[in-house]
Design a protein around this ligand. Structure first.
Ligand code: ADP
Length: 165
């Protein structure tokens, strides 16, 4: 079974990594980084791909345009998404139904498989990590919160990005 795990990964966190590792126990996974020039990101697409490749043994790719088209072209069996809380399900379920319907019109119906977040990582998001890193590195605070929630290359990149020279 081939799963596509799409996202911004700006940057990858231990939350994403736990979803990938757990899914890789029962399927092949392609991590697909969204390359969307209109969505502003802290890290470039190449940087986001690099952090994933440094950290994981699975295939890492990038895509732009319609996710369903990319998934059909890859002949994927399903999309993979993580769920941290009930409100995330509400928005994710809409995308799951949309991707199922639109992929069917493109030649292969592709459903979405949801994996629940590990409870100890359910508070982790790329947005929260960036917000915390900005405060921690600008003020020279202890960065163990960052160290616990992102891989070492991401920690170093966040430190470089936010430290006051
Ligand atoms: P997007 O911009 O598409 O939301 P993200 O990179 O933020 O992309 O997230 C990609 C996927 O990873 C989403 O399915 C999201 O729910 C999931 N995810 C993010 N953080 C966690 C976490 N801490 N635990 C489990 N899943 C997570």
């Amino acid at each position: 079974m081939l799963l596509i795990y799409p996202g911004s990964f700006d940057p990858v966190t231990e939350g994403h990594i736990s979803i990938i590792r757990r899914a890789a126990e029962f399927a092949s996974v392609i991590v697909a980084v969204l390359d969307n020039p209109t969505k502003s990101t802290l890290f470039t697409t190449q940087e986001r791909l690099g952090f994933l490749k440094d950290t994981l043994q699975v295939e890492v790719d990038c895509f732009s345009g319609l996710l369903a088209e990319y998934a059909v072209q890859k002949d994927a069996d399903a999309l993979l998404r993580g769920l941290r809380n009930p409100s995330e399900f509400t928005s994710e379920n809409k995308y799951a139904m949309y991707n199922s319907a639109i992929s069917a019109t493109l030649g292969k119906r592709i459903e979405t498989i949801f994996l629940p977040a590990l409870p100890e990582l359910a508070h982790v998001s790329s947005t929260i990590i960036k917000e915390a890193a900005a405060h921690i590195y600008k003020s020279g605070l202890n960065d163990s919160f960052i160290a616990e929630h992102v891989p070492p290359t991401v920690r170093a990149a966040l430190k470089k990005q936010y430290s006051v020279m």
